[in-house]
Design a protein around this ligand. Structure first.
Ligand SMILES: Cc1cc2nc3c(=O)[nH]c(=O)nc-3n(C[C@H](O)[C@H](O)[C@H](O)COP(=O)(O)O)c2cc1C
Length: 143
């Protein structure tokens, strides 16, 4: 059994809701999961010892939240190369943050990424529960 770490930022808790659904999918796959906010992860050492990583932020004004940006600068020093990963975030119409996080994990951290970022706008959209849980399962199966 592995343990997956989900780290997210959220202003209005939509991204938090998606994080919790992804976590359910991980648990359904028989793996453990921890969920933390970006501010709760203070040092690169806090990222050590997990089998996969899923990072998420909503999009505001075309960008991820600043707490997620700060987190990603810190995570650059966490030696995540080759680890399974995924990205997500609530959004209104474009979801640029999801792709930016996914690209950072791919090109800077050199992680082994899922098929793409999870692109559901919120936990309550049609098929949102199934799609988010399936994303958690997909990454769990990469462990
Ligand atoms: C001021 C403002 C700016 C926003 N800018 C974008 C944007 O550029 N692109 C987008 O897809 N969604 C945008 N949104 C929609 C948010 O991403 C959406 O409300 C999301 O559910 C917020 O997630 P959170 O509850 O995790 O903070 C914006 C929302 C607000 C209030």
């Amino acid at each position: 059994m592995g343990t997956i770490l989900i780290v997210y930022s959220s202003r209005k808790n939509e991204t938090k809701g998606i994080a919790e659904l992804i976590a359910e999918g991980v648990r359904q796959s028989g793996h453990q999961v921890q969920i933390k906010t970006a501010k709760q992860v203070e040092t690169a050492e806090d990222l050590a010892g997990f089998d996969a990583y899923i990072f998420g932020s909503p999009t505001y004004h075309g960008e991820m939240l600043s707490s997620m940006k700060q987190f990603l600068f810190m995570a650059e020093h966490a030696q995540l190369e080759g680890k399974p990963g995924g990205a997500f975030g609530a959004y209104g119409w474009d979801g640029q943050a999801n792709r930016r996080i996914f690209d950072t994990m791919t090109y800077i951290f050199k992680m082994k990424m899922a098929s793409g970022p999870l692109m559901i706008k919120a936990s309550w959209v049609e098929d949102g529960v199934d799609t988010a849980q399936a994303y958690g399962k997909e990454i769990a199966e990469m462990i």
